[in-house]
Design a protein around this ligand. Structure first.
Ligand code: ZN
Ligand code: ZN
Length: 212
């Protein structure tokens, strides 16, 4: 056997022994639950408090056969009088363009839909479901009660996470009138519930299931 082949065999054997061991060392790290920093929103008057973790988990629209994983945002619902998750619609222009790319023979052949928002959209499942929601031309709703009487919270320019001090959000706690404040978790992290919430095309919750 040529010296090169012999060396190759040795390193292959070496890999065979080493690889499973490295895998098992890595496994606990991969199994570790995802944890995130979060913000707490609190009312100055009544002490009501909720965290940004209300938006955690997976939210999908279902038309009965397919599902589309949609975005959500932190909001205040006047009907719930609570901090809630609210639908965030995909941009109709992005949806249109994604549909065009999916119809392109060349892109289908090369499986190249692009790496921009449109490309991401083209690769997402259940695009037809998102299109059905947009076609309804309805307002985004509260994902707790389904009311459109809901307003998104301002996005904090500093990202809001770890060490942000307490400050006013400039909006009132509905039904109470106290000012809402927000502050970061200060390095504390929480593992969000791994749950998928299922909604119909009108944003009404029709079920949940464990896992993402
Ligand atoms: Zn209050
Ligand atoms: Zn609500």
């Amino acid at each position: 056997m040529a010296p090169d082949a012999e060396a190759g065999r040795r390193s292959a054997n070496h890999l065979e022994i080493k690889y499973p061991r490295e895998c098992s060392l890595d496994a606990p790290a991969r199994r570790k639950k995802m944890s995130v920093s979060y913000e707490t929103i609190e009312c100055e008057r009544c002490g009501y408090a909720e965290t940004s973790l209300v938006t955690a988990g997976k939210f999908v629209w279902s038309d009965g056969s397919e599902e589309y994983w949609f975005s959500r945002q932190l909001a205040v619902c006047k009907n719930c009088e609570c901090v809630v998750a609210m639908e965030a619609f995909p941009e109709p222009a992005v949806l249109d363009e994604a549909r065009k790319r999916l119809g392109s023979y060349w892109r289908k052949l090369t499986r190249n839909y692009g790496v921009d928002d449109v490309g991401m959209m083209a690769r997402s499942k259940g695009l037809a479901v998102a299109e059905k929601v947009i076609a309804l031309q309805r307002k985004p709703v509260c994902l707790s009660c389904g009311s459109a009487n809901v307003a998104p919270l301002v996005t904090l320019d500093d990202g809001g996470s770890d060490d942000t001090p307490i400050r006013s959000l400039g909006i009132q706690h509905p039904g109470c009138g106290g000012m809402l404040t927000i502050y970061g978790s200060g390095g504390d992290r929480a593992a969000p519930l791994e749950v998928t919430r299922i909604y119909d095309l009108h944003g009404k919750q029709i079920g949940t299931r464990p896992g993402w």
